[in-house]
Design a protein around this ligand. Structure first.
Ligand code: DGT
Ligand code: CA
Ligand code: CA
Ligand code: ZN
Length: 573
């Protein structure tokens, strides 16, 4: 499928045009087209010109470029533009606080075209001397550099899953393969992943290693040993493949899943019980030569022999899971199949790329029982926030659609901005007409902790607000969380019965697992949301569910597990 690489190309075109100080409408057209292509479910290479032109956001110019790209793998205008600027300059745009305009200035004034040069210049205080920069901007750029460096060394869970699934798919057919499973932080569902760990048992390790080191996505082979091979995938991500004997597979999977802290605690427990545990198996301490493992083929056997119920990977962080497993008191974790709907998402009426009908169809296809169709509120102009009249029209439309559709019931929803002074972005009479009101902070991120906490409290005290979205406002690798008093916010959520959201966007994932667990302890209802901006993004539900699992959440903690009548009942309260 060419869509991803073409989307990247379009986004890069938009940036290059901006660096080139081109016409703003042209730049905007490329950005819109990138969103449109990203949301397509069919391969652009398989669409006719007529079909392409039917997609909103794709005009004649873009259709030409698609044809050129499908035929040649290149777009000449893109190549030409790229030649005008050094490659490192584009890299700089990953630093938050540095848009194309400022990057261009840095290049023109100080010849800065790499991370390193930028870091040196900022540290030496040379940026603030450029007209229009100043000390504050320099500080922001330094902060942005720090975040970007962190982001470079870790990838988002979603991206890690995509990469690993691709590798697994290609290894599954190799002759002699007995078992294959991803391990490490990926299997534990951590929000970001450092490197990819894959574990295999095989009758023919050589064939496996041979295939692994020659995958099309492999850029460089770091090691190709019979038991451990490491490669760099394109994009510089390291992937380790370990091959073990089938009798040790469970022990190795347990060991390489981690976390290290969980493993240390487990090993101490084993020792107290007269066992040693390592990646080969569980042995009696008296078995000095480790000749006869007590367990090793499956993880289940190992936990069982240690007197524990099976601990799901998401809980293996040494946060009390071993004590709970000993008493058979582990939570029955939320499953994606428990989810019956979603109430934070968008359509093309605001900044989404799919229509209301398409989103509803996609929700139905996911097997959901209800779907609250959301959009942004009026103040969020950059995201096409909706004016009150448009919201009312949308509510009418949803009512009409519900007369025709029976499988997945539609509700109206809105992600309503919590304004800088804590007022909601719609008047109460309109809020009362919307089925599900989610309050969000999208502005004033730099306010003090008191101010932001005050805004959140005021929003939760509004009886029309059902839920607070993405509490923290962070964007992993790009924006730090805003300052807020967690205890105070949880206390008010508990008192007002306002739900808190776990957002499934790969770069958000907040509530964090820690905050979600704290909310559970107070009995605060929570929602898992996709915040989808296209039909495809409804798949981000899997990310939100993973965060919930890492937070020890069960079906009963989550509003999305309610049936349609139960949900209506909850909304009434
Ligand atoms: P990452 O890659 O930074 O996101 O985190 P992990 O957890 O995937 O860590 P990684 O890739 O270094 O190692 C994979 C697993 O192997 C880790 O979760 C636990 C296990 N492991 C690695 N080194 C050690 C160690 O020195 N002691 C113990 N007990 N376990 C280790
Ligand atoms: Ca890892
Ligand atoms: Ca590793
Ligand atoms: Zn939002």
């Amino acid at each position: 499928m060419l869509n991803k690489s073409f989307t990247d190309l379009l986004n890069e075109m938009a940036v290059l045009l901006e660096l080139n100080q081109d016409n703003v409408f042209r730049i905007r057209a490329y950005q819109t087209a990138a969103q449109a292509v990203a949301a397509l479910t069919s391969d652009i290479a398989s669409l006719t010109r007529e079909q392409l032109l039917e997609v909103s956001g794709i005009g004649k110019g873009i259709a030409d470029k698609i044809e050129e790209f499908v035929k040649t793998g290149h777009v000449k205008e893109h190549d030409d533009l790229k030649e005008k600027f050094p490659a490192g300059l584009l890299d700089l745009l990953n630093v938050s606080g540095l848009g194309p305009k400022r990057a261009r200035l840095l290049y023109d004034e100080l010849k800065i075209d790499s991370f390193d040069k930028l870091k040196k210049a900022a540290a030496a205080g040379r940026l603030q001397k450029i007209p229009g920069f100043g000390e504050k901007i320099e500080q922001n750029i330094l902060k942005g550099l720090h975040l970007a460096e962190q982001a470079r060394s870790r990838m988002l869970l979603w991206e890690a899953r995509r990469l690993v699934n691709d590798v697994l798919l290609q290894l599954r057919g190799v002759p002699g393969l007995l078992e294959i499973e991803p391990a490490g932080s990926l299997r534990r569902g951590k929000e970001t992943v450092g490197d990819l760990d894959i574990l295999c048992a095989s009758r023919n390790p050589d064939a496996l290693i041979e295939r692994f080191t020659h995958l099309p996505s492999v850029e460089r082979v770091l090691a190709a040993g019979a038991t451990k091979s490491s490669v760099l995938l394109s994009g510089g991500v390291q992937c380790d493949l370990r091959v073990v004997a089938a009798g040790s597979f469970g022990a190795a999977l347990q060991y390489f899943t981690g976390s290290k802290e969980h493993n240390v605690a487990l090993r101490e427990r084993a020792l107290r019980m007269g066992y040693t545990v390592n990646e080969y198996g569980l042995y009696r301490v008296s078995d000095k030569k480790q000749a006869k493992p007590v367990a090793g083929k499956t993880e289940q056997d190992i936990y069982k022999k240690l007197g524990l119920s099976f601990i799901p990977p998401e809980l293996r962080e040494n946060r009390g899971e071993i004590a709970a497993a000993e008493k058979n008191r582990l939570p029955e974790l939320l499953e994606e199949s428990d989810v019956k709907g979603c109430f934070h998402n968008h359509t093309d009426l605001s900044d989404g790329t799919s229509s209301l009908e398409d989103m509803a169809d996609a929700a139905e296809k996911k097997g959901w029982e209800w779907y609250a169709v959301g959009d942004h509120s009026q103040s969020l102009k950059v995201a096409g926030g909706m004016a009150p009249a448009a919201v009312r029209k949308k509510i009418e439309k949803i009512r009409a659609l519900n007369k025709k559709r029976r499988v997945c019931r539609l509700l109206s929803a809105s992600e309503v901005d919590i304004l800088a002074d804590g007022r909601m972005d719609y008047a109460d009479d309109l809020l009362a007409e919307i089925d599900v009101v989610t309050g969000s902070i999208h502005s004033g991120f730099h306010q003090s902790e008191e101010q932001i906490t005050g805004r959140l409290v005021k929003a939760m005290e509004n009886p029309h607000v059902d839920c607070i979205a993405h509490l923290s406002g962070r964007l992993l690798g790009r924006r730090e969380p805003y300052a807020f008093n967690t205890d105070k916010v949880l206390q008010v959520a508990e008192r007002t019965g306002t739900a808190l959201e776990i957002n499934g966007q790969p770069d958000r994932q907040d509530l964090t697992d820690i905050n979600a667990l704290a909310a559970k302890k107070r009995g605060i209802p929570m929602a898992v949301s996709t915040d989808a901006h296209s039909t495809e993004q409804l798949n981000y539900m899997s990310i939100a569910v993973t965060v919930a699992r890492r937070a020890w959440l069960e079906k009963s903690d989550i509003l999305n597990t309610k049936t349609y009548p139960e949900l209506l009942e909850w909304l009434k309260d």
